[in-house]
Design a protein around this ligand. Structure first.
Ligand code: GDP
Length: 481
């Protein structure tokens, strides 16, 4: 890890290391105070974080979560894709809660515009599959790579709408009409004029937020600014490192942060990961450490996730959670863990597939991203394992395929789905640790898990979450040594 003097600028990065919902929000929010800038570097309006502004909870999808620290500057990087009308809605929500945004938000001129055609395409043929939220984000990235079609320029950048607005709007309209033809959508079904009008109206405001200088953030850092770069989605869903097609449409890792912001990598100081000790995955896709394996995926994804949606699953299983937890069927253990941990989509209520803590997967995330510290969440929920048949926490320490141990994390659907996890059973604790604030007061069994994790990953555990609230964290001050 590099060190920098107090007046020198640097950039730190925080990423989710698993499949999302690791609980990044609280740490990013806590860290933001120490920086001048908070930058969002990937994705579009498909990341969900909630920030508290003047006591009010606001759901944000694109604006960096540093927004609730009024004196922090905010940056949306070149690898993001921006829906101008959607961004304006977010800005208005935050401003309605009493926080200024327009005076401190800058957008890279190289970020692509999410066009109405992208949203149409997404809603019509992708939404609901591979976890797409129908915001047009995948098609926006696809068009960056395609660049042109016939006489049309497909990819339009935020810089274009500032420098050459009429040309950009004409092209966006042409692209929309052509896409409607392809998708067989008539003018009566989709109002082109209304979509264009909405876009145009938002540009009058968004325009002034678009930076001209692609090196803005690098120059700020050279002048001494400290920048926190905040990843959206997670490493396990990275479009390159995840297993296609159940991935997100952008790169989510640490290297992407430096591409997106053009901050020189010489200014990289620390890269931190956030990992949940009771990992989960939503949607389809291989999940080697899943409790109940393929059967759990089928259970959770029945009727697109609706069949075992929160209230329904609770109605079916809620009165026998203890029995399920003690079952010798890992599928049932997973159901009990989900109910106890409240592991359902925050908006959709869809069940999250539950897994065992997986050191093999985490080691991959740590190494592929050069992480030098990790925040662990949901240590309190590990106590649920005390109620299992063995009363142990199953730590995944390796993978086997056809009874042969492998020394890598497979990269194809087929191979990763064939993994049999190698599990080390660590005695579980049953204490309620939600009130613990000092590492020396953590139960010895949890210390064993944390030490095994630290030793395997070879990096420091910085803090451990013992409950959802801001105070429910324990700083690790050397009790593992
Ligand atoms: P993100 O998508 O990674 O930013 O995850 P969120 O910040 O939305 O957090 C996911 C959920 O986990 C939230 O409901 C948090 O309150 C909850 N959570 C986070 N950390 C802990 C923890 O240490 N213990 C418990 N029990 N809940 C936690």
């Amino acid at each position: 890890m590099k060190t920098f003097g107090p007046d020198e600028g640097y950039a730190d990065v925080v990423i989710g290391t698993q499949h999302g919902d690791e609980g990044k929000g609280r740490f990013v929010d806590g860290l933001a105070e120490r920086y001048d800038w908070v930058a969002r570097y990937n994705g579009g309006q498909n990341a969900g974080h909630t920030v508290k502004a003047n006591g009010e909870e606001i759901a944000l999808n694109l604006i960096p979560s540093g927004v609730n620290h009024p004196n922090k500057k905010l940056y949306i990087g070149a690898l993001c894709v921006v829906n101008p009308a959607g961004l304006l809605d977010e800005i208005r929500k935050v401003e309605a809660a009493g926080l200024q945004v327009r005076n401190r938000l800058r957008i890279s001129p190289q970020a692509s515009v999410v066009q109405p055609a992208h949203i149409l395409r997404d809603v019509k043929s992708i939404k609901g599959k591979v976890g797409s939220t129908g915001q047009g984000i995948g098609p926006a990235y696809a068009w960056q790579a395609m660049r042109v079609e016939d006489d049309r320029q497909l990819d339009i950048r935020m810089g274009d709408i500032v420098r050459n607005r009429q040309w950009a709007l004409d092209m966006i309209r042409k692209n929309l009409v052509a896409e409607m033809e392809k998708l067989n959508i008539s003018g009566a079904e989709f109002d082109v004029e209304a979509a264009m009008q909405q876009l145009k109206a938002s540009l009058d405001i968004i325009d002034s937020l678009v930076e001209s200088n692609p090196l803005l953030l690098q120059e700020e850092v050279r002048r001494g600014a400290k920048v926190l770069m905040e990843g959206a989605q997670a490493f396990g869903l990275d479009r390159t490192f995840g297993v296609t097609p159940n991935v997100t449409s952008s790169n989510t890792g640490v290297a992407a942060a430096f591409v997106s912001t053009a901050v020189d990598v010489d200014f990289k100081r620390q890269a931190w990961g956030v990992a949940k000790l009771t990992p989960s995955r939503v949607g389809h896709g291989p999940f080697a450490a899943e409790l109940g394996g393929k059967r759990s995926e089928e259970h959770c994804m029945k009727d697109g996730g609706e069949y075992h949606q929160k209230e329904k699953e609770k109605a079916i299983y809620g009165d026998r959670v203890a029995a399920l937890l003690a079952s010798d069927d890992p599928l049932e253990v997973g159901i009990a863990m989900r109910i106890l941990g409240g592991e359902y989509g925050a908006k959709t209520g869809r069940p999250r597939r539950m897994g065992m803590p997986d050191l093999m997967q985490l080691e991959y995330a740590v190494k592929a991203n050069g992480l030098n510290g990790i925040y662990l969440t949901k240590a309190d929920r590990l106590a649920d394992f005390a109620g299992t048949r063995n009363g142990t926490i199953p730590l995944v320490t390796g993978y086997r395929i056809d009874n042969q141990q492998i020394n890598y994390v497979p990269t194809t659907n087929d191979e990763l789905s064939a993994v049999q996890p190698i599990v080390q059973e660590v005695e579980a604790f049953s204490d309620d640790i939600s009130h613990v604030r000092k590492d020396k007061d953590l139960p010895p069994q949890l210390i064993d898990v944390l030490r095994a994790t630290r030793d395997r990953l070879g990096i420091d555990i910085i803090e451990v979450g013992v409950g959802p609230s801001r105070e429910q964290v324990v700083k690790m001050n050397g009790s593992l040594d």
